[in-house]
Design a protein around this ligand. Sequence first.
Ligand SMILES: [Zn+2]
Length: 351
Amino acid sequence: MKAMNTSVKKAPFIFPLEQVLRNGKFFAAAIQQVCRNRLTVINYHRVIDSENLNTNSDHSLVSASTIQFAEQMEFIGRYFNVIGIEQLLNWLSGDTELPEYPLLITFDDGYLDNYQFALPILQQHNFPAILFIASDCIDSTRPFYWDLMAYCFNHTQKNQLIIPLLNSYQWHTEEQRNLQKRQLQIDLKKLPETEKLNIVEQLPDMLDVAVPEDAFSSLYLDWDQVRALNNADVAIGGHTKSHPILSRVSLGQARSEVVDSKTRIEEELGEPLRAFAYPNGQQNDFNKDLEALLQDVGFEVAFSLIPGPTSFNEVWENPYAIRRLYMNQKDSLARFSAKLLGLSRLLYQFG
Ligand SMILES: [Zn+2]
């Protein structure tokens, strides 16, 4: 009789990330081990529920719904000591100690929902935070280029876009259209800033979309709301004027983007701006020249969006490249907690 093949095919190993992180004891022990002497900085863009969103803006920048945000703040309150930017600056100048497990909450860009929906939740916990503002979005009715792109893609009847010397994009379903918009955004980020903006300016014509004047009203903060946030312990930081990737413009342009915006915000707030966040914030989006420029014009710290917490030593050595964890609406609480632990690489592999 022929022997039966008894070899059993091994099931692939799947890392039980969700289960492990849902275990509160595991998380508390892991935090105690790894987060005591490092600075954890988390970053949000928009905090808003889907029913409050319309098709006029880029939904991929939603970092959390209000329920997710409330859960995340509750979670942080259990394991971390939330600090404000002033505590960080005082520690850097040697005046005070940081508490153990320090965590800084940051927001970027200047969306109205930060004031409407995130602030009340922060206030329930008495958490300070900092918001980095690109001042043009407060001062003008011009949208950020990604919101204009979203408007055009969401309202076009066309199903293709050909941009000479760049790429062509085709879609048949809403999902494909969103993917193509995302692809265009990736392609545009590789171009010099002026070229990128020229193409985006032409999108309404290319996609045959009329953009009403009030399409972006009530999307961004106004100065009264910026001041109200500042008075409510959400400090304000710099994020340039028009949000260019600073390494893709000349150093002279970078300087005026940084200085003009700093001066403008200081005028409105009546106090100095001390912290900055690099637009886009990836490894290639800033460099030593830009770090020196920020120091020269009076910023004391600057934040990237390179993931991971930063050790106290790293912050001391270079306060102009502090890492931040980019939050996303797709983050479950387990995924959120994994990010806090600095498991971003594991998340890419298994997430
Ligand atoms: Zn930004």
